[in-house]
Design a binder for this molecule. Structure first.
Ligand code: PLP
Length: 414
């Protein structure tokens, strides 16, 4: 309660911004994931790996826009690419050279992608991939996993949700190959697709086991269902995404977040046999329109981002930094009584409170989050951390030291 009062005392302008916004936006924003009681921090600016709130407090940003913000908050090359594209004309009612070049880059990187199409969000990319799978296979059933997140209308916390797209979903436990085998035995000839994250991101950075993911690949191969990897978050794990690390080539892949160079982005791709159906000259073409699918700003920023920033060396280095940081966090938590632990892959991870009782877990994490914010370190209230390129050694060491101070002061228990 004291930590919460301290928060209220420190952030009156965030409170005011929330109250004002809530008059026209239900809950005060347009992204439910941003909400945290009593009100979320109002961030008014950022530079590099630092952000500032409405009351002028500075934070080191360990959230990185829920994994989309890999470039940090200022990037002169992206700024220049955007300015050039902007000057050359906004929407020219045409395909653009940027679009084909970005598609070439992505197809060259992802083993599963021969052909791809762009969209405006990861959500749309997943909806289109599922639609393609249904039409190409002529089947209706879609296998997904509890804890999976593929967008607001494809959210499987503990099962199907009333706001989800009206597909026929089978929601199975994640990392449980036996359950998937039972599903395929019972309904294999009706399954159009398995949609799975190689690591469940919003589900708490739960890493898919190689056996499970490989097993899904085999089940799909045997039954004619399409395996779709949602790599909206995990694409950063290697130039060819988590699928490259795992050595598994799914039938389709969906992408988002980082490939828009900071702008809204989605893409879905797969084999020529599947994706060729989107060619409007195909006798049985699948329509897929969208005014901003290929907008010049996103395409130009994405192309610059891929070529200049998402190099194999940069992605490998970020992955290694993430692995080392997660290990360092776990070592600190273990040394301080083990009230928390961290799961994840490479530069994306989630802090979890360890306790039998769900309410105790929630309170513990909430307290840790508030106390870390007081010390100038920002991550998601649910424990998500996503490292960005500009986040350096000094910032990571600072985070670990702040954590030590908070834990030593009993910050996790009082
Ligand atoms: N898939 C995964 C794995 C995600 O993490 C997200 C977003 O967090 C999405 C899909 C949806 O992407 P978007 O928010 O761009 O619609």
């Amino acid at each position: 309660a004291r930590a919460e009062q301290d928060y209220l005392d420190r952030t009156p302008r965030s409170a005011a911004a929330q109250a004002r916004a809530a008059r026209v936006l239900p809950g005060g924003n347009t992204r439910s994931s941003l909400w945290a009681a009593p009100y979320p921090l109002s961030i008014t600016g950022g530079s590099g790996c630092r952000i500032t709130d409405a009351d002028g407090h500075e934070y080191v940003d360990f959230l990185g826009e829920f994994t989309a913000g890999i470039y940090g908050h200022t990037c002169s090359e992206l700024e220049q690419a955007l300015t050039e594209a902007h000057r050359g004309g906004f929407g020219l009612s045409s395909h653009t050279p940027y679009e084909a070049e970005l598609a070439e880059e992505l197809a060259a990187r992802f083993p599963s992608i021969d052909l791809l199409r762009f969209a405006n969000s990861g959500t749309e990319a997943n909806i289109m991939a599922l639609t393609a799978a249904r039409l190409v296979t002529g089947r209706e059933r879609i296998v997904v996993f509890a804890g999976g997140y593929h967008g607001g209308v494809l959210t499987f916390g503990s099962g199907n949700s009333p706001v989800n797209m009206p597909f026929e979903f089978a929601v199975l436990p994640y990392n449980d190959l036996r359950a998937a085998e039972r599903e395929f035995t019972a309904s294999g000839d009706r399954i159009a697709a398995v949609l799975v994250e190689p690591m469940q991101g919003a589900g708490g950075c739960v890493v898919g086991t190689p056996d499970f993911l490989q097993g899904l690949h085999s089940l799909c191969n045997e039954s004619g269902a399409l395996l779709i990897f949602d790599e909206v978050q995990t694409a950063r794990m290697a130039p060819g995404g988590a699928q490259e690390r795992l050595g598994i080539t799914p039938d389709m892949t969906t992408l988002g977040k980082i490939f828009g160079g900071g702008l809204a982005f989605g893409a879905f791709g797969g084999s020529a046999a599947v994706m060729g159906r989107f060619d409007p000259s195909h006798p049985d073409a699948i329509p897929h329109a969208g005014t901003f699918n290929n907008n010049r700003l996103t395409m130009a920023a994405g192309l610059e981002a891929v070529r200049r920033h998402l190099t194999p060396e940069a992605l490998q280095a970020l992955f290694a930094r993430g692995e080392a940081f997660r290990e360092a966090l776990n070592a600190r938590f273990a040394a301080r009584g083990g009230a928390f632990h961290v799961t994840g892959m490479g530069s994306i991870m989630n802090i979890h409170a360890v306790a039998e009782d769900a309410e105790v877990r929630r309170d513990r994490l909430r307290l840790l989050h508030l106390r870390m914010m007081e010390r100038g370190y920002y991550f998601a209230p649910r424990g998500l951390i996503a490292l960005s390129f500009p986040l350096g050694e000094a910032e990571r060491a600072g985070f670990l030291d702040a954590l030590d101070t908070v834990l030593a002061a009993g910050g996790a228990n009082s």
